[in-house]
Each structure stands twice: as C-alpha cells, then as structure tokens.
Design a protein around this ligand. Structure first.
Ligand SMILES: Cc1ncc(COP(=O)(O)O)c(C=O)c1O
Length: 438
C-alpha cells in the first residue's frame, strides 16, 4: 500500500521529476501503485488491462513471482560489484545469450538499456571495421542518447541535431505506403535495390554497419517482406559491412521467436537488445556479437565502459526471465494467441472503414487508422486512446497507428476484453470521421 493519495503522487511527480518527450504542464500521468499479470492498478484502485506491455517490455507479464523471487534472492547475496569483477549471473547469462541468439553470435557487452546498447554496438562496429559511416532507416527509433538519437530516423532526432556525425538514413520497406510508389502486386523490391544504391553513393569502404530494427516498432510496426532481411544480409556480405539488428522491442518472443530476425533465418553480426531481456523488471541492455568480432577484441582494446556493465542483479533478473519464457512456453502462447489476434484484427478491418491497414506478427500488432482508405489520409487516434484508457484499456500509439502489444502471457479471453472496447471506440469515435468511399 502506498502512503500517498493519487493526487499527492501525481503532484510530487510533476513538481519534482521530468517526463519523457513532452511539454510538462498539461501531463496527466496515471499514478500506478501495483501490477500483476496483464493488469495494473492506479492509486484509486482502478484496474487497467495492459495492451501496451508498458513500453513493450513486460513480455512475461507484470510481477511474475519467479522473476521477483530471483531478484529478491540475488539482492540478498550481491546486488552490484565492479564491472571488472566476474560474477556467476553475468557468466551464466552470457552463455545463455550465446545459446539463444542465432548462428555464431557469442559474446555480450552488457549495458543498461536499448540506447546504451546501440551506442556501444556502433563503437564496436567502427573499431572492428575501421570504417566510420553507419546506415539506418528513416522510420526508426534507436534510443535517445546522443549517438542513438542520431541513428533514429524519426522526428525525435531533429531537436537533438547536430548529433553524432556519420549516420546516413535510407527509406523503409513500408508496403502500405511504399516510398517508391508501388503496391504489393507491382513491387520489385525497390526498397532493397535502394539500400545498395545508397551504399554506392556513400562509399562502400566507408560504411561500418547497417542498423535496422528486426521489425520496426514504434514507427508504425513495419514488417518487411520475407526476402528483405536475407537480401540485405547478402548486400552487407558483398561490401564487408556489418549488419546490426536492433531487437530492443522486436526481441524476446514479441514476434513469436527469440528475435525477429529468426523469422527469416538471418544471422546478423551484432544484435542489440534490452526491454524483454528482463521483462523490464530491472534495467539491462546487451550487445551480442559474432565470434569473429569477439576474437578481434582479444588483442585490441575494447574502448567502452559503463559502471553498470554486467550488473549482478540485472543479470540474475534476465536469467530468471529467460527461464520463465522457456518453462512456461510463453513464446508459443505469443504465436497461438497472436494468430487469433491477427484474425480478430482482420475482422475489425472489414467492419471499420477507419482501419486502413492491420499489421501483425506474433503479439506485435497494430492498426493504422485513416480518414479515407483511398487517399490513406491519416486519422489521429487520440480520441480512441483517451476512450480506451478511460475504460481501463491501456494502449499506446504513434501518430495514426494504434498498437496492441500485450504481455505475451495474455489469454484469448483477456484479449477479447480489450478488443471489445476497441471495437466500440472505433465505431463511435473513428468511423464517424471517415470521409469519401471506403
Ligand atoms: C527498437 C528500439 N531501440 C532502442 C530503444 C531505446 O531503448 P531504451 O529506451 O531502453 O534506451 C527502443 C525504445 O523503445 C526501441 O524501441
């Protein structure tokens, strides 16, 4: 039980702490006091169904007893020791990551979150190749620190510029709004040819790495065509460019596999990850590299460091989280329930003219809302989000895209609870704004 009232909690938070990505004045944060499974509660006892997994990180659901116990047990023995020391949870987690990542990805540099993981992946790629440039996509988010925000292609990069030099952006495989003007029927993978063209213009021997989200998350859930990752892999091999998969959001069963690239059998040179590695219970990020890169640093200095590199408590939390994923077959559930969710989203799309596109892979799903299906004019989902949150369904959106990304432990019945509200909200608040024929 908290000692403070809901208002006191909100007032203190607003007066003394900053919230992300917002002008602070008008914010109305939910004063959250407890959580369990797919639900959380505010200080007034109102229950919310978590259709966002908070920030797409609570993959094992909230407060899973096994993970909580592992954190408690580790805290009782050793919470932290210098990053120059070796510890049991750090060693065991490193080994486990080598086992579950694809191919010969082997050795991990630990960080505290996604941005730090990407910062260090870029350093590693630059040291290893001796090259400077990094290619990233426009519809991407890679974190908010100086280097990670430079990688980020979306609008959040602009206020931070000039950020880290050497990053070049390219266009996305966004089939619903193909940047090359094609449709799924006429497509000839111009998006892949474009990658090679950009490489040619930028000088192949100057490019250290290409970084892409396994499946693009925040920027609208963009799922690439099946041959996209394999063919970009080939292009990277042709020019000696490292391929980095940012699996911060798309990893840990979100797509039904350990990592999104596993859907296409691709072995990147580096995987960066965070979020679901501990189901968000304790901050942790990781940069996992292939054996040849790991070996390079046997006799070259890895000029990177963090006080919390290999944090014992965080590593123990990650080990327990991974065990939980395996023991409870949580990714199998993501696949099974995800298939059902995909079918439900297709039905919603048939019914509601305000849905332009429904995208889904595992329990990574989103609805793109439009005012008109022909012109694809974006429709702002803010009224729908407010309606859902008022009715106890917690969602997050990006521009005109509404995400449905619950904990991977969710049942069909719990999904139906939230989908019923979405159905109602779409009819009342979104379809009524549609114009033109649909
Ligand atoms: C794909 C991706 N990369 C990196 C990050 C940054 O992670 P963090 O906020 O832990 O720094 C995020 C955060 O949402 C993300 O979605």
């Amino acid at each position: 039980m908290t000692k403070l009232t809901a208002k006191e909690i909100v007032d203190l938070n607003k007066e003394y702490t900053f919230f992300s990505w917002s002008a602070q004045g008008a914010l109305k944060p939910i004063p959250v006091t407890r959580a369990e499974g797919v639900y959380f509660w505010d200080a007034d006892g109102k229950r919310y169904l978590d259709f966002a997994s908070q920030l797409v990180n609570q993959n094992a659901g909230h407060q899973h007893p096994k993970i909580v116990k592992a954190i408690q047990d580790q805290a009782a023995i050793l919470t932290f020791v210098s990053p120059s020391a070796a510890t049991e949870p750090r060693g065991l987690l490193g080994k486990k990551l080598a086992e579950i990542t694809p191919g010969d990805l082997k050795k991990t540099f630990f960080a505290l979150g996604g941005a730090e993981a990407n910062e260090n992946a870029i350093k590693i790629a630059r040291f290893y190749t001796g090259r400077n440039k990094i290619l990233a996509r426009y519809r991407s988010y890679h974190g908010a620190t100086h280097g990670a925000i430079a990688l980020t292609g979306d609008y959040r990069r602009l206020p931070a510029e000039p950020a880290m030099p050497g990053v070049v952006h390219f266009l996305d495989p966004y089939c619903y709004r193909c940047p090359f003007g094609w449709t799924r029927e006429t497509c000839q993978r111009e998006c892949i040819k474009h990658v090679e063209e950009v490489i040619q213009y930028e000088g192949p021997d100057q490019i250290a790495a290409i970084i892409m989200e396994g499946v693009t998350g925040t920027n609208g859930l963009i799922i690439p065509p099946d041959d996209y990752w394999p063919r970009v892999r080939e292009i990277c091999d042709k020019y000696g460019i490292l391929l980095i998969s940012d699996e911060v959001m798309s990893g840990w069963g979100r797509t039904g596999e350990w990592f999104a690239v596993d859907n296409w059998g691709v072995v990147p040179d580096i995987i960066t990850t965070a979020k679901g590695i501990t189901s968000g219970y304790v901050p942790l990020g990781a940069v996992i590299v292939r054996e040849k890169i790991a070996k390079y640093f046997d006799d070259h200095v890895l000029s990177a460091g963090l006080t919390y590199n290999g944090h014992a408590l965080a590593c123990a939390a990650a080990l327990a989280t991974i065990e939980t994923y395996e023991e409870e077959k949580i990714f199998e559930n993501a696949k099974k329930v995800g298939k059902y969710l995909g079918q439900r989203l297709e039905k919603l799309k048939q019914k509601h003219p305000s849905i332009g596109d429904a995208r889904y892979i595992g329990l990574f799903t989103a609805l793109e809302l439009v005012r008109n299906r022909e012109t694809k004019e974006p429709l702002d989902p803010t009224p729908l989000k407010s309606f859902l949150i008022a009715n106890g369904v917690y969602v997050f959106g990006f521009k005109n895209v509404l995400f449905i990304v619950p904990p991977l432990t969710i049942t069909k019945e719990q999904l139906d609870e939230g989908l019923t509200m979405i159905d109602e909200g779409l009819a009342e608040l979104m379809d009524t704004q549609v114009n033109g024929k649909s």
